[in-house]
Every structure is written in C-alpha cells, then in structure tokens.
Design a protein. Structure first.
Length: 242
C-alpha cells in the first residue's frame, strides 16, 4: 500500500462548504479520504463577505441580469487559500475554459493537489483572472448553477488515479480515453440474458484473441461515436482518420 507523505489535497472555495465531500465521501473516493490518501479543505467564501450581511456579490457594472461575485471577496479567499500549505495550482469553472479530459486528470493526480473556485451567479469579476494565475476549466457545453458539481467531478476523476485507490491498478489502464480510445464493451454473468449471449470469444480462454477483439471493438466504438477522439488517435499514429 502506497501512502503519500503529504496527501493529495483538494482545496475548495465555495459558498456551500457543506456540499463537500458529498458523493466523494462514498465508495472508493470516500475510503481513500478516510485512509488519508487525499484530504479535503473546504473554504467558505461567505467568511470573506462584506459588511453585516457578508455580501459576496453585486450587480454587473454597465447593467444586465444577475449578480457577479466581487473581486475583493474572491481575492481575499484566494489569499487565504494560498497561505495554507501546500501551495496548489488555482482553477475555476467557466464555459470558456478548457474542457476537462483524462489527460488533465492524470497531470493533476501527479501533483500535490488543486485549489478550485466554485463560481455562482454570473461568475467572477474579470479582475480576478487579471490578477491571479487562475486556469479556467469546463465540464462541457452547458451551464450549471454553480461550480460545486464540476469540482466534485474533477476530484473524483483525479483521486481514482492516485496510487492504490483503485483495487486493481490495471482498471485505469484499459478504460475509456486511454490512448484516445473509448473502452471496449464489458460483459459478466449470466452467459445468456434475454436471448443476448456473451460473445463467444470472451469465453474462449484465448487471451491473445480476446485482446484483439477488445482492441477492435474499442476502435469501432471510437470511430463511430467519437470521431474527434478517433482522429486524434490516428494522428498520433501518423495515419489519417479513415
């Protein structure tokens, strides 16, 4: 069993600290949290609010709908997060950010952890991005009411890649997005269900034949369902996307 001297840290700046760990406290991520393989550090943005009512937002300059998180409030929270050990790269969630992918999760898992800003309302005052090295990330081309769900998705996808979190480390090798391919179809007992059998090759005991079948199915699925991934996979091999 491998345990880091300093566990991977997920530091969250959020208006809803009680939302954490949420589902991250269950299953493999929850066990890893209890075993000390990673730790959670939730920072309540409201603690940095202005005035008697701890206001964290205000109306958009120039007019418009919704509210914007104040730069002085978010900045104070970022400064407080930066003062804690260890020093961590800073991210927030935005539709204009890089779409999160498996390569990013592998990179983050290799580091000390992350500080995640969970936005709300119309987002953060732009001066936060001008003043701090905030990297913007996106869960996809849709809008959420806040960054907490995206933060939990990022943490889950990263923590499972930490040493000894998955029961079988090979699980992370053959799964979807390894080598820019979707994962091959999976089957288990019963051998026949509602007239649908497990493919004969998977019951053959011929490991080389099974490996070829799985590779072929992974390529077929990727080519038909994710042509963008297929093109990237082929490009890395110096081939066209046909």
């Amino acid at each position: 069993m491998t345990v880091r001297a300093d566990p991977w840290c997920a530091r969250i700046i959020t208006l809803f600290p009680d939302a954490f760990p949420g589902v991250l406290g269950e299953s493999l991520t929850g066990k890893a949290l209890r075993d000390g393989r990673w730790r959670l550090d939730a920072i309540d943005l409201r603690d940095f609010g202005i005035g008697r009512h701890r206001n964290v937002d205000d109306t958009p300059a120039g007019g418009g709908a919704g509210m914007v998180l104040r730069a002085d409030v978010v900045g104070a929270a970022i400064e407080a997060a930066a003062a804690r050990a260890p020093a961590l790269p800073l991210f927030c969630f935005s539709p204009r950010g890089r779409v999160m992918d498996q390569a990013l999760m592998r990179d983050l898992a290799a580091g000390p952890g992350v500080t995640l800003i969970c936005g709300r309302f119309e987002g953060l005052d732009e001066r936060i991005f001008e003043h701090y090295p905030v990297q913007e990330l996106s869960l996809g081309d849709f809008v959420l009411t806040g960054g907490e769900i995206a933060a939990q998705a990022l943490i889950d996808a990263t923590v499972r890649l930490l040493p000894d979190v998955l029961g079988n480390p090979e699980s992370a090798v053959d799964e979807s997005f390894a080598g820019d391919l979707l994962e091959y179809p999976q089957y288990t007992r019963p051998a026949l269900w509602h007239g649908h059998p497990i493919p004969e090759v998977l019951l053959s005991g011929d490991h080389a034949r099974i490996a070829r079948w799985r590779r072929d199915r992974a390529e077929d699925l990727t080519r038909s369902r994710r042509p963008d991934l297929w093109a990237r996979h082929r490009a890395k091999q110096g081939l066209d996307a046909s």
